[in-house]
Ligand binder design. Structure first.
Ligand code: ADP
Ligand code: MG
Ligand code: MG
Length: 946
């Protein structure tokens, strides 16, 4: 396989499909050249194979020769020779990896100029000024990118020259000064490298190619790949292309164009351009650009041609494209295109619009595949209202969302300010586990150092807290920080956008996210795709959470934690009375009080989720969580002394103290020690259910027993639950019927267990004997599978493990598909073998993570459950998992959908479909709902999610 391909090489496949080999830029340049026949300056691509070979063993044998031959072909095509002193051909050397990595890999323009060819260029173009301006640009670019010389040294010299010439405009620097600049730039190079600036074009070319290869492993490129989870071994391609010149004269220019607006998604060409300018001038922000409408005024013919090209590109790629173009003396050249990046809002709008445009005819499934978690997130997080704020500093966009607060510089100060009720932005050079309380108290976090997997970034993302990290321009003192001449003091207002990485002085107004019509439409399509395959529920403990979850599309509650109901100020004393009870009578009395309190909580939740399943988990945490801190009481005892009540609490707290509470008396083990507790909870729940039935509701109840490890243990716990259900049923069934008559729905109760220990997963068959459903508690299952105590491990060692590559992802964020996933697959298989039709879900935090959702679907789960605000993301990811597995058999596109069953499609509402029992049963019956579909589709989905 050759290392080098010309842009017009006849590949056996469409070049745009060859991004692995040619890189994104090279693949699309070849597509534009050989398929679309657009005006593209000729050139050739060194493949990613060449880069990988280079990384493995240095400059590959034979590459020099291949490059030389490709160069000769290019020179022949152009009728010019690189380095020719009379009429030189100039080239650009451009990096381009499979995934676009904006601004991280560098490009060298005007290569081939030297002290002799610059004279030829001047004579040939009859424009000495142009020639020396190009040479000046080349020497500085080559110096900065290839020879690693700080760009500021060249910039300062250029600024000085402009000052000398009494101008602020690049275009007004006179030729003589440009000549002088060239030699001064060469002086800088010589000072840094102890060698003269390379004059031999072959040496220049080799240097530039090597620099592109090397930039693949540059710090920023590595950080970007870490963040985007792009493999580090892909390598980059290198494109060598004949130069065209937007800086020739006033009939020339350069620009970037989008086939539609990448911010709003509005139809119609959108872009910026500059007259008489080269390449990076447009994005560098040095000169003020003009909109494409101005291009229409200056060069109407070129504008029309460009718009026509945009339309072809959209039809061809069936998506919004971004482009780079250059006009040389009135002739248009296309320098780049790719499917363009877009804001979340634009992504949603374009996906929906394109299903309606016959030229593109996007199918619903395709539209859903094009939306990412980030797109949804960005329209759900609060954002800066308006635009055009003056940005003080930019850092890495570590955790999305906008935050506004007053600046504090230590975790203690931040926590204290938050205590006073101030919104806080915590500003640190970097954070460590000692800062966690301050981070928790802050609205947003800003650090000057650290990358996207730094402590601050990892922790902030884990909490969904906006964060900007690695804002290196910040100079942080003890009670202030400075950026250039601006100083921000402790207590000053600061705004940051963790999705854009921007920091703005002052308090910007924020707007709550307003889901657009397209948002609703796309999620409805997602629901249609996953209907009958993978359900989405929410974890909710209160009526208002449940109502919110339902509004966001949850199809039930997968986890209702009853302990939260015990921690309220009014409840805690009762719980403590129960724990402290000396006699069974005292214990019963306390349980009675709790029952009354719980009953009303349950009524609210069941009402909010009427008609949908609600999984109630019986009490799970260790009892000592309900007792006061031993530490505080010990201090009090030693200082002011304890009163009688405090003395009892202290004794009880010490009694229940455990060395390792996470592995101690929790979950069903607590139930075994205090069986009255679970009976009480079930009674409260059943009473609430009967209340609901009386009110005409239809409660669907699933009672879940936590932390079981064996069949006998679960059978025992189940017997209490059944007894309590029966008792409650007997006492309230009749009145229910009388009150609500025939309208009253049936009461459906099922009993199941959480699977959250490795033993439970392995012994799933015996658990299934006593369980109608399983729900994987993947937080605990992950802790116990790895032997990682989450609270200790996440703050302290996780970022080191991720940085060293010891773990591919934080397993508390993305479920470990290999280890924990294996246990899940085993449990699904054994559980369903023992009880066909066993309903299985997941209720850990992983239930809201797209990659994990794919793992769960592939393992054969029926539903995922996640926090309410993650429900939209889970609906999308569930649909994408179904698509990736090839299980969606619906119509491929909208036109087809209308042909097939127009009426049925409109009538069959999603909610109905997903709630209906028939659908769920169908999912269960899906053959190979376990191991057989595991694994394989994972790669597909990952790239779709990106
Ligand atoms: P990036 O990946 O950062 O966009 P590019 O390889 O696209 O880098 O190059 C940056 C800029 O250089 C482009 O916007 C384009 O305007 C200019 N450029 C690259 N190659 C050429 C060329 N052959 N002729 C003229 N300008 C070029
Ligand atoms: Mg580019
Ligand atoms: Mg648990």
């Amino acid at each position: 396989m050759p290392f080098v391909f010309d842009f017009d090489h006849a590949h056996p496949k469409a070049p745009m499909e060859l991004k692995d080999l040619l890189g994104g830029k090279g693949a699309n340049l070849a597509e534009m050249t050989s398929v679309l026949k657009l005006p593209v300056p000729p050139g050739f691509t060194l493949t990613t194979d060449a880069c990988r070979a280079y990384m493995a063993g240095g400059w590959p044998a034979g590459l020099t020769d291949e490059v030389a031959k490709a160069r000769t072909r290019l020179e022949r095509a152009m009728g010019k020779t690189i380095g020719d002193p009379a009429d030189p051909l100039l080239v650009s050397v451009r990096s381009g990896a499979k995934f676009s990595m904006p601004g991280m890999m560098d490009t060298v323009l005007n290569l081939g100029l030297n002290d002799r060819s610059v004279v030829g260029l001047a004579r040939q173009t009859n424009d000495e000024r142009f020639a020396y301006d190009s040479y000046r640009r080349f020497v500085s670019m080559y110096g900065r990118i290839v020879l690693d010389i700080p760009g500021a040294e060249f910039d300062e010299m250029f600024d000085a020259a402009k000052e000398l010439a009494g101008t602020t405009s690049d275009a007004n620097v006179p030729t003589e000064l440009l000549k002088y600049l060239v030699s001064s730039y060469q002086g800088i190079v010589e000072r840094h490298t102890n060698k003269p600036f390379p004059q031999d074009p072959a040496e220049q070319l080799r240097g530039a190619i090597e620099a592109v290869f090397a930039s693949w492993n540059g710090a920023r490129a590595v950080a970007y790949r870490d963040r985007e989870h792009i493999a580090h071994d892909l390598g980059t391609a290198v494109n060598v292309q004949a130069m065209v010149f937007g800086n020739r004269d006033e009939k020339s220019g350069t620009g970037v164009g989008f086939t539609r607006d990448p911010t709003t998604g509005a139809k119609g060409a959108y872009g910026d351009f500059l007259v008489n300018a080269q390449g990076e001038d447009v994005v560098a922000g040095i000169r003020n650009t003009e909109p494409l409408s101005a291009l229409e005024r200056h060069f109407p013919k070129v504008h029309a041609e460009l718009v026509a090209i945009f339309e072809r590109l959209e039809r061809h790629y069936r998506d919004m494209c971004d482009t780079e173009f250059t006009i040389e003396q009135g002739k248009l050249w296309m320098l780049q295109t790719r499917v363009g990046k877009r804001s979340g809002r634009a992504a949603l709008r374009m996906a929906v619009d394109m299903t309606k445009e016959p030229a593109i005819a996007l199918g619903h499934a395709e539209a859903v595949s094009r939306i990412t978690e980030d797109h949804l997130d960005s329209v759900l997080h609060p954002q800066f209202a308006g635009s055009g704020h003056s940005v003080l500093a930019k850092g890495l966009a570590a955790s999305p969302g906008a935050a506004v607060g007053r600046v504090y510089f230590t975790a203690d100060d931040a926590a204290a300010a938050a205590e006073r009720g101030e919104p806080v932005i915590l500003v640190r050079s970097e954070t460590s586990p000692e800062d966690v309380h301050g981070m928790l108290a802050a609205e947003g976090i800003l650090t000057a150092r650290g990358g996207l997997v730094s402590h601050a970034a990892v922790v902030a993302r884990g909490w969904g807290k906006p964060a900007v990290v690695g804002a290196e321009v910040l100079r942080i003192a003890s009670h202030s920080f400075a950026v250039g001449s601006v100083t921000v003091h402790e207590g000053d207002w600061l705004s940051l956008d963790g999705g854009a990485g921007t920091v703005v002085v002052g308090s910007l107004p924020l707007v709550a996210a307003q889901p657009t019509a397209e948002f609703t439409t796309l999620l409805r399509w997602a629901d249609e795709i996953r209907a009958g395959h993978l359900g989405v529920r929410a974890n909710a403990d209160t009526g208002s959470d449940a109502a919110n979850a339902r509004r966001l599309g949850a199809e039930g509650i997968g986890l209702c934690r009853t302990e939260h109901m015990f921690l309220g100020e009014d409840r805690l004393p009762i719980v403590r009375r129960m724990i402290l009870a000396d006699t069974p009578e005292e214990e019963t009395a306390a349980l009675e009080e709790l029952r009354v309190a719980q009953r009303s909580d349950f009524v609210e939740i069941l009402a909010a989720m009427d008609g949908l399943p609600v999984t109630v988990r019986l009490l799970d945490p260790p009892l000592h969580e309900f007792l006061p801190s031993i530490h505080d009481l010990a201090i009090k005892e030693a200082t002011t002394g304890l009163d009688a009540g405090e003395r009892r609490l202290y004794d009880a707290a010490r009694l229940w103290q455990e060395a390792n509470p996470m592995l101690g008396t929790r979950g069903v083990r607590l139930g075994v020690l205090k069986p009255g507790l679970y009976a009480m909870q079930v009674r409260a729940l059943m009473e609430a259910a009967h209340d609901r039935v009386r009110a005409g509701g239809h409660p669907v109840i699933e009672i879940m027993i936590p932390l079981t490890v064996s069949g006998p243990e679960l059978a025992l716990a189940r017997s209490w639950v059944e007894a309590a259900v029966a008792a409650a049923g007997a006492s309230s069934k009749k009145p229910a019927k009388q009150a609500a008559g025939a309208r009253a729905g049936r009461l459906e109760v099922s009993i199941g267990t959480m699977v959250e220990t490795p033993r439970a997963a392995l012994r799933a068959a015996e658990l299934a004997e006593s369980a109608e459903f399983f729900s994987f508690g993947t937080n605990d299952l992950t802790q116990m599978t790895f032997g990682f105590s989450r609270d200790d491990v996440e703050g302290r060692m996780m970022s080191a493990y991720l940085e060293l590559g010891l773990l591919p992802r934080n397993p508390f964020e993305v479920v470990d598909a290999d280890g924990v996933g294996e246990l899940i697959r085993i449990a699904v298989e054994r559980g369903r073998a023992a009880r066909p039709g066993l309903k299985i879900g997941v209720c850990g935090e992983h239930g809201g993570d797209p990659t994990s959702i794919g793992t769960f679907y592939d393992a054969g789960l029926d539903y995922v459950s996640c926090s309410p605000f993650r429900v939209p993301v889970a609906r999308l990811a569930a649909a994408q998992a179904v698509l990736a597995a090839g299980h969606y058999t619906g119509p491929a596109n909208k036109a087809e959908a209308q042909k097939k069953a127009p009426a049925a499609k409109r009538a069959g509402g999603v909610t109905k479909g997903l709630n209906g029992k028939a659908k769920t049963d169908k999912a269960r019956a899906t053959p190979g709902a376990n191991g057989s579909r595991a694994g394989a589709p994972r790669t597909k989905r990952t790239s779709a999610a990106r």
